[in-house]
Every structure is written in C-alpha cells, then in structure tokens.
Design a protein around this ligand. Structure first.
Ligand code: NAI
Length: 293
C-alpha cells in the first residue's frame, strides 16, 4: 500500500459494479491499493445472470486484508432501486462519489434465430440499462460537485461484432452511444465519460467454448490485472473524455468511428446515381474522424 502513498486516487470514492469477480475485482484491488475507498457491488449470480451470492463480501474481505477500505453492495444494477442503492450506499458510507466503473455483465449467447426475447431483454437490461441506471443515480452528484469520472464497459463484440451475441453486441455498442452524449453533457462540469473494451481470462470468457484455463490462475498474458491500468487512466485527473480504450494482455489502444468523404451527387440524386458511385461510397481508404459542425 505504501508504494502508492502519493497516488491521486488516495481518498477518492470509487463505485465498481460487478466487482465480485474477474475484471471488476481487479479494478477494485487496483483502486484500493492506491488509497481509494471502494464500493464493491455484485449481485453474485452465475455467468448467465441466474441466482445471487456473496462475491462482493469476499472482495471487500480481500481489500480489508491488504489494509484498504471497502464496503459491499449486493443489489442488481438492472433493478432501478437496486442501482440507486449502490450510489446511496457510497454517499452514506463515504460522503461522496468520485468515480463510477460500470462493469457488471452477463452472457446469454445464441444465434439470433434461436434467441428468445427474454434472452435479449435480460442482457440489454444488465449491460445497457444497468449502466444507465447506476450512472443516472451518480450523475447529479458528480455534476453538482463539478467532478466525476465514469467508465462504461463495452466489448469488441459490440464495436466490431461477434457471432451469437446479438443481445450482448447491441448492449455493448449502446455503451458508445451513451458515452458520446454523456461526454458532451458532463464535460462542461468536469465529469468525463469513457469506454473500456477489455479482453481477459475470467469466468465469463471461460464459459465460451474453446477457452480452457484455470480462472483462479489465469494465463499471465490474459490476466484481468492487465486491463485495470486502462480503467485507472480513464478515471485519472488527466482522463480523456469520450474515448474508447481497448486493453488486453498489456496492450492498450484506441478505437474511434471514422467516416469517408461524401459522394456529392446533389439534390436530384437517385438510386441509379449512387450505384454508379458505389465504389467511391464504400471506399474507406482515406477515412478520417467525423468533422463536427
Ligand atoms: P465476470 O463474470 O467474471 O464478472 C462479472 C460480474 O458481474 C460477476 O461477478 C457478476 O456476478 C456481476 N453481475 C452480473 N450481473 C449483475 C447485476 N445485474 N448486478 C450486479 N452485478 C452483476 O466477467 P468479466 O469478464 O470480469 O466481465 C466484466 C465486464 O467486462 C462485463 O461487462 C463483460 O461483458 C466485459 N467484457 C469482458 C471481456 C473479457 O474478456 N473478460 C471482454 C469484453 C467485455
């Protein structure tokens, strides 16, 4: 702990959802090591979101054992009152909320043809609505205190697509839409919102066929702790605003939406004109970030 006596996170109040396992647990450890007071939220269910348990207590115990400060909250982020209770608990215990890492997540993978609408709803509710609910509770506090850092957890499955994850991919791409707007609305109050696209060996990835490893001893090159530096970066004083950072195996890079130059067909444009210009329309070789007007 003493290694981080001068850390900028000393005394900061950090809420992390789904911090009972995997990536959230790692983020919680890294913030706590640097003197932050951590709210460890976790419903404690299985990878598919069924059941409940005490994973949050276990992580609080780990943090306390290393001399850190943490409390547990076991509400579901997808329950509106539960989501609010996470922020209420932070304020009751520590007086404020500085940082929120929306990390809780589940999987209900199926090809879209076989996916029920219940499987669609539960995944959207945990990832996208859950992130919005917890953020909504923290939002007025952060904007009034003119300080806040929020991370949304997306995925390559959302940003680039992945077979069998229509529900998850839609929810994870939704994070980018939420971020884009909140970065604009919060930026003027020093509330910065960024998005993580992680990759690590956790119980979630272990549940995907073809991934074979010991969750308690993940391979060094895909350890969850290699994702957390990106989260702390996005929660730091010098954090960007509205950025997507990919983090996996000690490699960190940015994603951004690019556009190409418009094909200017004019106000009498027809489908046939566009067919003629199809090659140019589809050519992204000179693409660039969108120019905001
Ligand atoms: P994990 O399964 O180890 O951890 C997720 C945690 O969220 C669990 O402890 C679970 O109990 C909790 N949780 C689930 N539903 C909840 C709810 N309604 N309320 C509160 N807590 C809830 O999985 P992992 O891998 O650590 O995932 C963390 C986040 O990172 C997820 O959002 C996931 O989609 C995302 N992600 C992970 C990747 C990876 O390679 N591990 C890749 C891309 C995204």
């Amino acid at each position: 702990m003493s290694d981080f006596a001068d850390s900028e996170f000393q005394g900061k109040v950090v809420v992390i959802t789904g911090a009972g396992n995997g990536l959230g647990r790692s983020h919680a450890h890294e913030f706590a090591k640097r003197g932050a007071k951590v709210v460890v939220n976790d419903l404690g269910g299985s990878v598919d979101g069924a059941g409940a348990g005490d994973a949050a207590d276990a992580v609080v115990g780990e943090i306390e054992a290393m001399g850190g400060v943490a409390i547990a909250n076991k509400a579901s982020v997808s329950d509106r009152q539960g989501a609010k209770s996470i922020i209420d608990d932070a304020v009751s215990a520590f007086g404020r909320v500085d940082i929120l890492v929306n990390n809780a997540g589940i999987l209900r993978d199926k090809s879209f043809k076989k996916m029920s609408l219940d499987e669609w709803d539960i995944v959207i509710n945990v990832h996208l609505n859950g992130s919005a609910y917890v953020t909504h509770a923290a939002w007025p506090i952060m904007n009034e205190q003119k300080y806040g850092r929020i991370v949304l957890t997306s995925s390559g499955s959302g940003i680039y697509g992945n077979f069998g994850q229509a529900n998850y991919g839609a929810a994870k791409m939704g994070m980018l839409g939420l971020m884009n707007v909140l970065a604009l609305e919060g930026g003027r109050n020093n509330v910065r919102v960024n998005t993580l696209a992680p990759g690590a060996a956790t119980r979630m990835t272990a549940s995907i066929p073809g991934h074979d490893f010991d969750v308690d001893n993940p391979p060094e090159e895909s350890a969850p702790k290699l994702v957390s530096p990106a989260v702390l970066f996005m929660c730091s004083e010098e954090a960007p605003n509205g950025a997507i950072i990919n983090a996996m195996g000690g490699r960190y890079y940015r994603s951004q939406v690019f556009v190409n130059d418009a094909v200017k067909v004019g106000t009498d444009a027809t489908f046939e004109d566009l067919q003629t210009e199809a090659e140019k329309l589809m050519d992204m070789s000179a693409a660039h970030p969108p120019k905001r007007t």
